[in-house]
Design a protein around this ligand. Structure first.
Ligand SMILES: Cc1ncc(COP(=O)(O)O)c(C=O)c1O
Length: 411
């Protein structure tokens, strides 16, 4: 086995950073406790180099879904370098935020206005604030994962299993004001009866949901949600932080032809640079001015500039993001296969078929040592399985390749 300095640094991190880092999904314990390299010194395309220079193919979730065009995309990075050269901050505003807002509205004709932020959780909080102001009601019916903020974690107040079935079960709620209990009511995806009951009995002002995550809509579910929201003057918000820009150029809702009142984008839109957005209908978005929604770094220039390039790039070259990945413009076919967790690969039977992103639990690499026969050793007591071992569109040989590249010591 080659040197693995990341293990030591991860141990040092525990002493100075609670939990070791800032994102649950990048914690060493989520992958291979005691042996996960944890830190990178270089990332390019779908390859990552650890602190000791070992090279890996990222068959996990590419920066937790951010780098849909690969790490260090040359065209996006060129724009960012120009921004750094010219200055990324000033007392004036950056013009890119206007170009980007116009572009997002053009791509989603039902929307008129946009607000920007820098993380998915805060963009979701902005959307909830605006929607509460617009509806005049506090209560939210919710399905899916939407970040770490109080309004969302309140679903686990009083019932620690409130968020079970919504990507991350058992999220702890210390510090979340008890007064928020009974302001958010989870419902199951594809269960319109459950949602109708909530709207009827819980004074719901907002429906907040992912368009689709681990399963697609059935029996006209999204259309029924839209009709229910319209009939009851409920603000419908689609959280497209994860689903956006993967199967469609824009929101996944474009594929299903169902339009929300607000939509939230994050992750892929800056191809690794921080930029998130709330887009929406004017009559709802204008309520942003009835509340105080403001932050210094929501004005910095790198995120909007990278996102402008990201949005311009597929159009300029006459295809979609998916086409480019599928054609392997920047990646070899084998590399492209590593993008399973980010994009469906056209023609691949085991990739998503009309769905967005399999649940993260399914996408975790094995926790435990790969076995000699190529099978995995699952982490007992955890639902975090070994998707990449199961995810074998290219057959056992691909799995071996994956094992060898992900775990250099297994060579
Ligand atoms: C659908 C969805 N919404 C919101 C978030 C939160 O985004 P962030 O981690 O950038 O705060 C995520 C992150 O995984 C997500 O998948």
């Amino acid at each position: 086995m080659k040197k693995n300095s990341g293990v030591d640094l991860w141990e040092r991190a525990q002493k100075v950073i609670p939990g070791g880092n800032m994102l649950l999904s990048k914690r060493s314990e989520q992958f291979l406790p005691g042996a996960w390299p944890s830190y990178f010194k270089k990332a390019s395309g779908c390859h990552v180099w650890d602190l000791d220079g070992n090279k890996y193919t990222d068959v996990s979730i590419m920066g937790i879904g951010t780098n849909i065009l690969g790490y260090g995309h040359p065209e996006v990075d060129e724009v960012v370098r120009n921004v750094v050269n010219d200055g990324n901050m000033s007392t004036f505003n950056c013009p890119e935020e206007v170009y980007l807002a116009e572009k997002l509205v053009e791509m989603h004709p039902w929307a008129d206005m946009v607000k920007f932020a820098r993380s998915g959780g805060e963009a979701n909080s902005i959307a909830i604030r605006i929607a509460r102001a617009a509806s005049g009601k506090d209560n939210v019916a919710m399905c899916g994962y939407h970040g770490w903020h109080d309004w969302y974690l309140a679903a686990n107040l009083g019932n620690s299993e409130g968020l079970d079935g919504h990507l991350l079960p058992g999220l702890p709620t210390s510090g979340v004001p008890r007064g928020l209990q009974s302001t958010i009511f989870p419902f199951s995806y594809n269960n319109i009866d459950e949602l109708e009951l909530l709207v009827r009995t819980k004074n719901i002002g907002i429906i907040k949901m992912e368009v689709s995550r681990s399963e697609g809509p059935q029996n006209g579910f999204l259309e029924k949600v839209r009709a229910l929201a319209t009939k009851n003057n409920v603000v419908l918000i689609f959280d497209e932080c994860t689903s956006g820009f993967r199967e469609t150029f824009g929101g996944l809702h474009k594929k299903y032809g169902v339009e929300p009142d607000l939509a939230v984008f994050g992750k892929a839109i800056g191809n690794g640079y921080a930029l998130t957005a709330v887009i929406g209908k004017q009559e709802v978005m204008e309520y942003a001015q009835a509340s105080f929604i403001s932050s210094t770094f929501w004005t910095e220039r790198i995120g909007p500039a990278a996102a402008c390039r990201f949005l311009g790039w597929p159009i300029a070259t006459g295809g979609t993001v998916r086409d480019h990945i599928g054609l392997g413009k920047f990646f070899s076919p084998l590399d492209a296969c590593s993008y399973h967790s980010v994009l469906p690969i056209p023609g691949c039977a085991c990739c998503w078929d009309g769905r967005t992103w399999q649940s993260q639990a399914q996408l975790r690499p094995t926790v435990g040592k790969p076995q000699a026969d190529g099978s995995d050793q699952r982490c007992s007591g955890s639902d975090r399985g070994s998707a990449w071992v199961d995810h074998d569109c290219m057959g056992p040989r691909h799995r071996c390749y994956v094992l060898a590249t992900l775990f250099p010591w297994a060579r």
